[in-house]
Write a protein that binds this ligand. Structure first.
Ligand SMILES: *Cc1c(COP(=O)(O)O)cnc(C)c1O
Length: 385
């Protein structure tokens, strides 16, 4: 399917890949196929499309999967009930008891929790390292290492990892490289083209883009890996329903426009924060003094809508700021059209407390939305006063 659409530009693929008008009615928009099962013409006589039962496949979900695969430049896409369901299926497909996983030392808290509190019980080991340091990553490789799991930019400290460099380390180790591309989105960064084996998304975030759905995805060009993921997803059942699939598909159509505006607005916010006397540090890969800036500039189209910053006065000061914003809503999650703010140490990353993934207590994370940037800057300035 990616072959048919790969000559199209990104915005065209977002709107058309996997999304032919409905063959029966001409419905321009892919319908929400709210059905659990499909009539057969005689036993085993599946109709066009080969649909049988909606855990295995559903046409609305298929459209989403083809669109996501096309956007990431991959051969296969699989949609899941959440980003964590996608992570669970990826990790359980790629490892067996005794195997080892390397992940970043500021990985998404839920991914760390899955490895540390669940997969460990089944004998899958893990090591958290600074993946920006390729030598340290190489040093963490064991004979049993099967997976290197990376996010770039990372959550919440916006660290940058060299995807092509990591792909080399993974290949040398005989391990698969999985990139969680949730923060960058396929519009800003294409990990498969840089040598990654698998891309993961929490489509809950920018792909859905409107904070109205929870979902996940795995994209790969490796037929064997895709078969293994599809098998386990069908066996374990964490599939998105047709309405949720449709919401993500609808959101993805405007991803390019939204990411441009998220990036514009984040730049405005960063400019205001870097000159504010109470802000002690701004984490944004677009800043020339960010340690990963050069790599980010090379592997990303722009720097995205996520901005973290530290304030003087420690944890209490950070908690005060996040409770004083009016436009930035105090909430977990990110990537929606509306601006959100949170305290990772006490909220999204609370489960990492006491671990190597613990987030500094004075750090605040902002998901900069697509509102009028003047209003957003004003809101942050009044919260910092
Ligand atoms: C939210 C998120 C996840 C988990 O996705 P859910 O849809 O919440 O299950 C994984 N990785 C990153 C980077 C995320 O932001």
């Amino acid at each position: 399917m990616a072959d048919d659409t790969s000559r199209w530009g990104f915005e065209t693929r977002a709107i058309h890949a996997g999304q032919e008008p409905d063959p029966r009615t001409g419905s321009v928009i892919v319908p929400i196929y709210a059905t659990s099962t499909f009539a057969q013409d005689g036993v085993g006589g599946l109709r066009d499309g080969g649909y049988e039962y909606s855990r295995s496949a559903n046409p609305t979900r298929t459209a989403l999967e083809q669109a996501l695969a096309s956007l990431e430049g991959g051969r296969h896409g699989l949609a899941f009930a959440s980003g964590m369901a996608a992570a669970d299926v990826a990790l359980r497909s790629l490892t067996r008891p005794g195997d080892h996983v390397i992940l970043g030392n500021d990985a998404y808290g839920g991914t760390f929790r899955l490895l540390d509190k669940v997969l460990k019980l089944w004998g899958v080991e893990h090591t958290a390292v600074d993946l920006a340091d390729l030598a340290a990553t190489r040093a963490a490789v064991r004979p049993t290492t099967r997976v290197i799991w990376a996010e770039t930019p990372t959550n919440p400290l916006l660290g940058i990892t060299d995807i092509a460099g990591l792909a080399t380390v993974a290949a040398e180790a005989g391990a698969k490289l999985v990139i969680d591309n949730t923060f960058a989105t396929p519009y800003l960064q294409s990990p498969l083209g840089l040598g990654a084996d698998v891309v993961l998304h929490s489509t809950t975030k920018y792909l859905g883009g409107h904070s109205d759905v929870v979902g996940g995805a795995l994209i790969t060009s490796d037929d064997e890996l895709n078969d293994a993921f599809a098998f386990l997803r069908n066996a374990s059942g964490a599939v998105p329903g047709p309405f949720d699939s449709w919401l993500v598909l609808r959101g993805a159509k405007t991803l390019a426009l939204r990411m441009e505006r998220h990036s514009d607005n984040a730049e405005r916010v960063v400019e205001a924060l870097t000159t504010h006397p109470r802000v002690t540090r701004v984490y944004y890969p677009g800043l020339p003094d960010h340690p990963g800036h050069e790599i980010a500039a090379k592997q990303m189209r722009r720097f995205g809508g996520m901005v973290s910053f530290a304030v003087d006065g420690g944890e209490q000061a950070a908690l005060d700021v996040v409770s004083r914003t009016k436009l930035f809503t105090l909430a977990e999650s990110l990537g929606g059209i509306e601006s959100l703010i949170e305290h990772p140490g006490k909220m999204t990353h609370a489960s990492a407390a006491g671990s190597p993934l613990q987030v500094p207590p004075d750090v605040i994370r902002a998901s900069v939305g697509i509102e009028d940037p003047t209003d957003l800057v004003q809101d942050l300035l009044q919260a910092l006063d």
